[in-house]
Design a protein around this ligand. Structure first.
Ligand SMILES: Cc1cc2nc3c(=O)[nH]c(=O)nc-3n(C[C@H](O)[C@H](O)[C@H](O)COP(=O)(O)OP(=O)(O)OC[C@H]3O[C@@H](n4cnc5c(N)ncnc54)[C@H](O)[C@@H]3O)c2cc1C
Ligand SMILES: Cc1cc2nc3c(=O)[nH]c(=O)nc-3n(C[C@H](O)[C@H](O)[C@H](O)COP(=O)(O)O)c2cc1C
Ligand code: SF4
Length: 641
């Protein structure tokens, strides 16, 4: 496969064309590199990637507090060197992504106006108007980038990627929208690019003629006028023609359409490959790299075979499974732990939590989380084959317990099977299939169509029970709630129940919006009725997914009625109150997507009977896949009987 061909970036030899995309996942309170980084990046090198890139690393704290790792002093070199050593041990090369800052995207200090190219609104708090970086400050940042690059080179870093991407500080200078300066760093595009070009020249000057330099840039912002394509093409052409850059890494999108930058669950595999042809026309022979769900081996291989790309960067896919390259090389595709696109990695990193992956609890805990084999094959009963139950069962069985999994339905997957049912959520479906394979691989005894009751559990007499029986849908207690036109979301999404042509979905949270989009895209006439004043008002998911779902919903043709309270279900419609007026909406199907609530009586009865038991996932409280999988994994990882 071309994926595994050796290649070069300038003078840098790589064993293959697979690159860990730059991702800020590992920042801790010291804002330096630490042992977690050594192990996290080391694991991804062990997994076979040819080049490991860190997430953004800032060169200075003069104008803004570090939002990520920093490389501002010789003291930061100590740990960085250890990361480099560990990565090198596996034959991979190691690079850092270097940044002068994030400017108007600052979220670390929400009360101080950040510095940017020009006075412009802070992204998160538009009432905070940025301060213009003074000209001598710009020059100091250029120097600081060179100093950091030198620290990196001395630490054993093989390549510097300049972070000129995504609407962060360098990109704010490049942009006609944000840069209105009147000094030599503003005005024409040539002047606006001066900051970026001086940085590249400075890094080249201090690190030498042969030191590899990459630049990550934004080609265009697709759904936003922030970066017009012509501007992006001109930037790319300038970089290529400068003769100073060994690799151009491009992306698309903007914060307003974040799913184009940091892939959402809804994006198709290889979504940026098409644009590679456009950029290639101006970048010529300079190696080109892109990202965007290239963790689908056939798509990544085709992107290389077709000549669209020279290297492929994988972000999420290598958090979820660091061994992706080695597994692809060996043809062990069924063994790949697939990313579900949930965005928890990004969401948690911005919250400052070291919990970067829903489907891979070991990410960032590489050496802490070890599954120790058990000496005695005690019997574990797991109730419920949702993600929590399946992960618990597979983990316990992997440790050597004798595990039985009861599922009351005739399929495994629980609510997650419904979550992965729409065509636009295939990533989730792939993970359900993977979990089923893991359950089978480790020899779990699975009994479908088996409903756990206290009596059944007592009869089975396990040494330990895991209750992972999930939640029940909330049915709003209005007159008519038991009429035949009423359904709930999960059976409809699973195709267990059919719907008519005119559908009302009660609830405009994530589930309601996905359901409505799915049905509308299949040609149904769908209306969401939401009590709050807007859809997805409760938040709680990563912004890329939220924005993308709203976009899909908008283009699906579904109707939305907010601030509307359901009062009755009729034989052929619903009644609701909006602005103190009663309305009737005709339909032939009403689907409740108004939330879920756990029934904990089974768990409580098992505890009351004196049996050893733990409760996980949605049965504790309605949560997310990350909660179910992490609780399933961790509870069985630490279990001692
Ligand atoms: C439509 C939809 C979309 C969603 N999308 C997302 C998403 O994109 N991202 C995300 O993070 N989360 C999503 N969620 C939430 C996520 O699916 C749940 O948080 C997760 O599935 C909870 O896992 P669990 O194992 O705890 O429970 P469940 O997945 O609910 O599994 C519980 C299982 O237990 C079985 N069971 C119940 N009682 C018994 C019994 N007595 N005996 C035997 N078996 C029993 C049930 O049949 C079920 O199979 C979505 C949920 C829905 C409904
Ligand atoms: C948790 C997380 C952090 C990220 N941090 C950075 C970053 O520091 N610099 C950067 O250029 N891109 C960053 N990205 C974007 C990725 O490099 C990559 O472009 C994006 O995830 C799309 O690739 P993928 O579909 O393979 O994940 C981040 C992405 C994630 C998921
Ligand atoms: S947290 Fe979710 S989106 Fe991020 S890598 Fe893991 S599965 Fe993928």
């Amino acid at each position: 496969m071309k994926l595994f061909e050796r290649t070069r970036i300038g003078t840098l030899q790589l064993k293959n064309r697979i690159v860990l995309a730059p991702m800020g996942t590992t920042t801790d309170h010291t804002y330096g590199f630490n042992m977690r980084d050594v192990n996290y990046y080391g694991e991804r090198a062990k997994g076979g990637a040819g080049l490991i890139l860190t997430g953004a690393v800032v060169c200075s704290e003069e104008f803004e507090p570090a939002p990520c790792q920093k490389l501002t002093s010789i003291k930061d070199v100590y740990m960085l060197h250890q990361v480099a050593e560990k990565v090198h041990n596996y034959g991979a090369k190691f690079g850092i992504q270097l940044s002068p800052g994030i400017g108007r995207m600052n979220w670390i200090d929400p009360s101080t106006p950040p510095y940017s190219a020009s006075p412009c609104p802070n992204y998160y708090k538009p009432e905070l108007i940025c301060r213009e970086l003074p000209t001598d400050g710009v020059k100091r940042l250029v120097k600081a980038m060179g100093t950091s690059a030198k620290f990196a080179q001395d630490a054993g870093v093989d390549i510097i990627e300049i972070h000129a991407y995504g609407g962060y500080l360098i990109d704010q200078f490049n942009s006609s929208k944000w840069n209105h300066r009147t000094d030599e760093y503003g005005g024409s595009l040539e002047n606006r690019m001066r900051f970026m070009m001086e940085i590249i020249e400075e890094v080249r000057r201090v690190c030498g003629k042969f030191y590899p330099i990459a630049v990550k840039m934004t080609l265009d912002s697709v759904d936003d006028p922030e970066r017009p394509l012509e501007e992006g093409l001109h930037i790319a052409k300038t970089l290529a023609e400068s003769g100073l850059v060994d690799l151009i890494h491009f992306g698309r999108g903007a914060y307003s359409c974040r799913w184009r930058m940091v892939s959402s669950v809804y994006q198709p595999p290889g979504f940026d490959v098409e644009a590679a042809k456009t950029i290639r026309e101006v970048t010529g022979n300079v190696p080109l790299m892109a990202h965007g769900k290239l963790n689908h081996p056939e798509v990544a291989e085709e992107a290389l075979q077709s000549g669209a790309l020279d290297l492929i960067a994988i972000g999420h896919g290598l958090i979820a499974d660091p061994y992706w390259p080695n597994k692809v090389k060996k043809g062990l595709l069924d063994e790949i732990n697939p990313c579900i696109g949930c965005g928890e990695c990004h969401y948690n990193s911005m919250k400052g939590w070291p919990r970067p992956c829903a489907v891979n609890p070991e990410a960032m805990h590489e050496t802490e989380y070890v599954l120790t084999p058990v000496t005695e094959k005690k019997r574990i009963l797991v109730i419920g084959a949702g993600p929590g139950g399946m992960k618990a069962a597979a983990t316990a069985a992997q440790r050597g317990f004798d595990v039985t999994l009861w599922e009351k339905k005739n399929i495994m997957g629980g609510a997650m099977a419904a979550a992965g049912a729409p065509d636009f959520k295939k990533d989730v479906r792939d993970q359900v299939e993977y979990l089923i394979r893991q359950v089978n691989k480790y020899g779990v005894h699975v009994e479908l169509n088996k409903t756990a009751t206290l009596e059944e559990v007592q009869k089975f007499n396990p040494d330990f029970t895991v209750v992972a029986s999930g939640c029940d849908p909330i049915i709003i207690p209005v007159p008519g709630k038991d009429k035949p036109i009423v359904k709930t979301a999960i059976p409809v999404m699973l195709g267990e129940e059919t719907v008519g042509e005119n559908v009302v979905v009660i609830g405009g949270g994530d589930v309601g919006c996905e359901l409505a989009s799915d049905l509308a895209l299949k040609g149904k006439n769908v209306t969401i009725v939401e009590m709050l004043d807007r859809i997805m008002a409760r938040g709680g998911s990563f912004v890329a997914n939220e924005q993308n779902l709203k976009y899909i919903l908008k283009h699906s043709g579904a109707n939305i009625i907010c601030s509307a309270r359901l009062t009755e279900i009729l034989d052929d419609g619903i009644k609701y109150i909006k602005e103190n007026e009663e309305h009737i909406l005709s339909c032939d199907t009403v689907i409740f997507a108004a939330g879920f609530r756990p029934d904990q009586t089974l768990y409580e009865s098992i505890c009351d009977a004196g049996l050893e038991c733990i409760q996980i996932g949605d049965n504790v409280r309605m949560g997310k896949i990350i909660d179910a999988i992490h609780q399933g994994y961790n509870s069985m990882r630490v279990l001692e009987l």
